[in-house]
Write a protein that binds this ligand. Structure first.
Ligand code: UDP
Length: 314
């Protein structure tokens, strides 16, 4: 197949490039490098089946030749990034999804949208099944990300129903691993880098909110299975093992063997407003339809992530 991956120089996108190249496909990575990095794809330079196009998906997209699949990963998923770039975040979810769907329609290609557990907002149903419509504050600071993805899902289903585009939607829950930006501000790079530097781990508020963390190789396996399936409704992919953030800080200390302390801090109101109090995927649909469930325990995944961040800090 000939596959376009937007956000191909990003954390998850670059792992997908690797995976599809290993399977013998031709891969075109598109990225504007705003949060992605050429470091993530440097090892693919010169690969005969790999191409890189530096382009912003919010502008008209031109790709020469046929395409079998368009995987739309381009996004600003870190709260720190999307709070800093709110309009770009809305544009990449809305205009970027419109352009990539239009491209898939023109090329007769399959389309996969990388959506998010943030479509559930601060959930009132726990764990979250795909049938839950969510609890999102459209005018809060996180609304720029949440609503851009909700719009992207609606647009994807409209292209499926109206134009017959062969679409998929994956709702990605917190994912971590090598190639995350050390300074992206999310909890995994923050805690792991703090632990490696011997600095205190910054737990926000009282660390009572919960998250569930999926290692990137598990997520990639799920995305590849979903892309190859005939499932058009959204599918949650994530690891259902749930931690409070305080428990997670202790996991990071254990995985890194760090003697760092844990400190409780109060970040900006913007950073914590509407922060989901709980989050855990119901993965029944992925299990049933894709025969998928995560394989990498968090103890092991954190060690692999720490090995990566250690090289970055060195
Ligand atoms: N968090 C924290 N300390 C940090 C970074 C994040 O306690 O240094 C908390 C944050 O308030 C949230 C959770 O960790 O409750 C996950 O935050 P993250 O930014 O990783 O992503 P989110 O899941 O909110 O999109």
């Amino acid at each position: 197949m000939r596959i376009l991956i937007t956000g191909g120089a990003g954390f998850i996108g670059s792992h997908l490039c690797d995976r599809y190249l290993t399977e013998g496909h031709e891969v075109i990575a598109m990225d504007n490098l705003s949060t992605g990095s050429v470091d993530n794809i440097a090892h693919l330079a010169g690969h005969p089946r790999f191409h890189f196009i530096k382009h912003d998906v919010t502008r008209y997209i031109y790709v020469a030749g046929p395409l079998d699949e368009v995987l739309h990963l381009a996004s600003l998923p870190s709260p720190v990034d999307y709070l800093q770039l709110p309009i770009q975040t809305l544009k990449v979810g809305a205009l970027g999804t419109h352009n990539t769907l239009g491209l898939a329609l023109a090329k007769g290609a399959k389309f996969l949208l990388a959506s998010t557990s943030e479509t559930y907002g601060d959930p009132l149903v726990h764990p979250q099944p795909e049938s839950y419509w969510g609890n999102v504050n459209p005018v809060g600071p996180r609304g720029v990300y949440d609503e851009s993805k909700r719009f992207a899902e609606a647009l994807t289903m409209a292209y499926h129903r109206y134009h017959g585009v062969d679409t998929r939607i994956v709702r990605i829950f917190n994912t971590y691993g090598p190639r995350m930006r050390a300074d992206d501000g999310r909890v995994v790079p923050n805690f792991v880098c703090q632990a490696l530097r011997g600095e205190p781990l910054t737990v926000y508020d009282h660390g009572e909110h919960t998250r569930s963390f999926c290692f990137v190789s598990d997520l990639v396996e799920g995305i590849v299975r979903l892309a190859a399936s005939e499932v058009h409704d959204p599918v949650n992919l994530g690891n259902p093992r749930e931690f409070t953030i305080l428990e997670f800080a202790q996991q990071v200390l254990a995985a890194t063997g760090s003697a760092s302390e844990i400190t409780f801090v109060q970040p900006s109101d913007e950073r914590t407003r509407d922060d989901p109090k709980v989050r855990c995927p119901d993965i029944t649909r992925a299990k049933t339809l894709l025969d998928w469930e995560p394989q990498v325990p968090v103890e092991e995944g954190l060690q692999r992530a720490a090995a990566y961040f250690r090289t970055k800090l060195d």
